[in-house]
Structure formats: C-alpha cells, structure tokens
Design a protein around this ligand. Structure first.
Ligand code: S3P
Length: 177
C-alpha cells in the first residue's frame, strides 16, 4: 500500500476518517497535530500563543518530514488543515505518497467548525458570521494547494455515525483499501 496523506480544511474529517481507514486496512495511523502536541509537550493553541503562526508552521513542516521519513510505506497520515499551504509541503507530500483531498462544502464545514472551534487557534472566539467570513477567505486562498492532491473525495455531511460510516465506505472503495 502506498503512503496515504489526507489533506483538507479543519473539520473535513481527516482525523476521524484517517483513523478508521487505517484501522480497517490494518496499517498505522499518524495524526500530524497529535504528533506535534506530543513532541512539543503542549497544545496547538499554546504553540500558537508562544511561537506565533510562523513558529507553528516551522514545527509543522519539520514534523511532516520526520513522520514521512520514519513511517513505513503502509501508513495513513492526517495532516493539519494548513499543512499543504506552506513552504513546499504539498510538493513534498505528493513526492512521498498519495494525497487525498477531503472536500466539504463551506456550509458543511461551518456546521462542524462551530462545534469544534475552541481547540483551533485560528477559529477561537469567532461567532458563526465571523467563522463564515474566515472560512470563505481561507478556502479561496487554500483551494489552489488542496487542488494539487492526486485524489479528490467529497466527504458529504459527516454529522453523525451513519455519515461517517458512509463516507468511510466510499473512501475505502475509492482508494481500494
Ligand atoms: C490549522 C488546522 C489545525 C491545526 C492548526 C492550524 C489550519 O488542524 O494544524 O490549528 O491552519 O487549518 P486540523 O485541520 O486537524 O484542525
């Protein structure tokens, strides 16, 4: 199996689907944010507060290389929402495995982002209107990076267990996993 990198906006299901995908395929799962949190001994929020976004992006790029270089080929890696959009990370990802863009519409993302914004420094404290503005601007900036993925997957709603199972089933079929 080729190394699989899941990319996409915050709350697009990278961690949820990645973990299940790896579990069903019997291979290892690595979540880049979790790797960073463990390595740095602090939350993503704390890293942003102490080192700024620039500091976080440097740590993130190094972590991406460490993870890809240390992991066997048979692995599913969930990247952070911004990972493909900095440095030459997207080229690096494509040179080291199969990239899969987990696409969700802006409205679907907003529904999920509202629930999970507190742990994400770029979203913290924003109400729905502010979230909408942020997501719209960020998505148009990031689309050109996400669209470099070798596979596009429309995640769909992903609001409950059944949505997750359905998306997982379709993703496994698409990736032959
Ligand atoms: C970020 C996404 C987060 C995390 C950080 C920055 C982004 O990961 O890396 O808060 O810039 O989109 P998730 O996509 O797993 O939320």
């Amino acid at each position: 199996m080729e190394r699989v990198f899941l990319i996409g906006f915050m709350c697009s299901g990278k961690t949820t689907l990645g973990r299940l995908l790896a579990e069903r395929a019997g291979c290892r799962f690595i979540d880049l944010d979790e790797y960073i949190v463990k390595q740095q001994g602090k939350s993503v929020n704390a890293i942003f507060a102490e080192c700024g976004e620039e500091g976080f992006r440097n740590i993130e790029r190094d972590a991406l290389h460490e993870v890809a270089e240390s992991a066997e080929e048979s692995v599913v890696i969930a990247t952070g929402g911004g990972t493909p959009c900095f440095f030459d990370n997207m080229e690096y990802i494509n040179a080291n495995g199969k990239s899969v863009y987990l696409y969700s519409s802006q409205e679907e993302l907003l529904d999920r982002l509202e629930r999970y914004s507190a742990s994400r420094p770029l979203l913290k404290g924003k109400n729905r209107e502010e979230l909408r503005e942020y997501v719209s601007a960020a998505l148009s900036q990031r689309a050109c990076f996400y669209n470099k993925a070798s596979v596009l997957f429309d995640v769909g709603a992903l609001m409950n267990r059944r949505d997750v199972e359905d998306a997982l089933c379709r993703l496994r079929r698409l990736l032959h996993m």
